[in-house]
Design a protein around this ligand. Structure first.
Ligand SMILES: Cc1cc2nc3c(=O)[nH]c(=O)nc-3n(C[C@H](O)[C@H](O)[C@H](O)COP(=O)(O)OP(=O)(O)OC[C@H]3O[C@@H](n4cnc5c(N)ncnc54)[C@H](O)[C@@H]3O)c2cc1C
Length: 469
């Protein structure tokens, strides 16, 4: 769009953030809408450098087959939503696809009678959705993942649900691919790296938003979509949205061992702590290694390993309000959560941390010793969990605030997996916001990426649910 240096650049749509979510929306708008004046503003110098960074998350395409914390209802939504990433890969050349999409086997392991009962029931419930899902007993597990059975007490029963049809994803490279293709689809799109939005305000005429950029530039947009994950709430607060929400900052760190697993091995989750169960994953960028984690530690920052973002956490969390403290107390002093978070804090200490952490790993590989794992320095991200301070409830999974000509997405796991699905929903809202003359070819996007055979619910669950998790 035309502009002089002294005046604001003007766009129809501005997306803040070029992680998986923002990049997926840029791609969707560029390919399936007629909106041309679009900008993506990203504070770092390339896409996917925060939670979507390959080293900061577990690289799993969460479809719901091994995630025991998802209800069957949620699995039915997440499966087709997450598979959009795989189908996006299918429309690219193999060279492009192989940069970010890695077929892998996956299992969820149940140890002891209760967990086995959970998996037996789950198998029956999920079989119609995942015909490739197999139930494996001890001897069969030993063939697929020998280390899971070696050295395990014969008296402890185990069972696994296993599939060879899983995917690991480098969400950082996925973000890059989506951005590259957005630029090909719409040569007019402005992808502006090193553009940190410092202040959002509503335009006086009520026709959109003004964005102050840290480098002194000024931008105006009719529609704003904030895909800044942990920062989205802080930015929403600036224009009066989401004041009832606070954030509990959960840092997830990892450990490495030499390669001991052939695929991903998850465990049955504690319902009160769905972000907590440790798993073992091959790292897509580190052959010969297995990555263990994530841990779950209370750590007051918005970005991992960036203490400067601590101030922003305090700003966005509303800790000056009494009801925030009472909400945190209710959620964190729950005995199960309190014990768990306390333990996880100790994992960060050099010697004792590894000794304690290894107990979780031994649930998967009984023969592992503390000396077999090393803390993965520089790995791990932040999972900001929302709290509704009115109801004092912990709101797990994603959150979306739809305001006046604006959308704010908060996207902890499985946000990266469902990035294209969320983009599809947001593209629809954005086009409606813009009104006459703008259209979104949702049918075509669904034909390309959202396969009916993977939905159990009919054609368009996107319209029925607020968000998929
Ligand atoms: C330990 C851990 C394990 C996980 N494992 C998985 C997994 O296996 N599978 C899965 O699907 N999900 C997983 N997740 C969740 C996943 O990482 C997130 O859902 C996903 O990365 C969110 O993508 P995003 O684009 O919304 O956010 P991000 O990738 O964090 O991107 C937000 C972007 O906004 C930019 N930004 C922020 N503020 C501003 C500003 N003011 N101006 C300009 N730019 C700004 C940031 O620089 C960043 O690039 C995991 C998360 C963690 C922490």
């Amino acid at each position: 769009m035309n502009h002089t240096k002294s005046e604001s650049k003007k766009y129809d749509v501005v997306i803040i953030g070029a992680g998986a979510s923002g990049s997926a929306l840029a791609y969707t708008i560029s390919k399936y809408t007629n909106i041309k004046h679009v900008a993506v503003l990203e504070k770092y110098d390339r896409p996917g450098q925060v939670n979507s960074r390959a080293s900061n998350n577990s690289q799993t395409l969460h479809v719901g087959d091994i995630e025991t914390n998802y209800t069957v209802e949620k699995v039915k939504q997440v499966y087709p939503a997450a598979m959009m990433v795989a189908h996006y890969g299918e429309i690219l050349t193999p060279t492009e696809r192989n940069k970010f999409l890695f077929p892998t086997s996956k299992m969820v392991l149940g140890v002891g009678k209760n967990e086995i009962a959970t998996l037996e029931k789950r198998f029956d419930d999920l079989r119609p959705i995942f015909p490739n899902l197999k139930k494996l007993h001890r001897n069969e597990i030993a063939q697929v993942e020998p280390a899971v059975v070696d050295g395990r007490d014969e008296k402890t029963p185990i069972l696994a649900l296993h599939t060879t049809s899983g995917y690991a994803v480098d969400f950082e490279k996925l973000s890059q691919s989506l951005i590259d293709n957005s630029e090909i689809n719409n040569p007019d799109i402005d992808i502006l790296f090193s553009h940190e939005v410092s202040k959002i305000s509503k335009l006086k005429n009520g026709q959109g938003y003004h964005l102050a950029i840290k480098n002194g530039e000024s931008i105006e947009t009719r529609v704003l979509v904030v895909n800044a994950d942990s920062y989205s709430l802080l930015l929403a607060h600036q224009v009066g949205y989401g004041k009832e929400f606070s954030l509990i900052p959960i840092a997830g760190s990892f450990y490495f061992s030499k390669k001991i697993l052939n695929g991903k091995v998850y465990t049955v989750q504690e319902p009160k702590l769905p972000f907590a169960a440790v798993h073992g994953d091959p790292d897509v960028n580190k052959s010969g290694a297995t990555r263990w984690g994530p841990t779950a530690r209370f750590h007051p920052v918005l970005e991992a390993r960036n203490m400067k973002t601590s101030l922003h956490f305090f700003k966005s969390s509303g800790l000056w309000k009494w009801k925030t403290w009472t909400s945190f107390a209710k959620i964190l002093f729950d005995p199960v959560r309190f014990k768990y978070l306390l333990e996880n804090m100790l994992y960060e200490f050099p010697w004792i941390g590894t000794q304690m952490f290894i107990k979780n790993v031994r649930k998967i590989v009984p023969n592992m010793k503390a000396s077999d794992v090393t803390y993965a320095k520089g790995y791990g991200g932040m999972r900001l969990q929302r709290v509704d301070t009115n109801t004092k409830e912990l709101l797990l999974g994603e959150g979306k605030i739809i305001g006046d000509m604006a959308i704010f997405n908060m996207t902890p796991s499985p946000g990266a997996s469902v990035c294209l699905y969320n983009a599809m929903r947001d593209a629809e809202t954005v086009t409606k916001f813009l009104g006459t003359g703008f259209h979104f070819d949702k049918e075509r996007m669904m034909t390309d990426l959202y396969k009916e055979s993977e939905t159990c619910e009919g054609k368009d669950p996107g319209l029925k649910y607020n968000y998929v998790s």
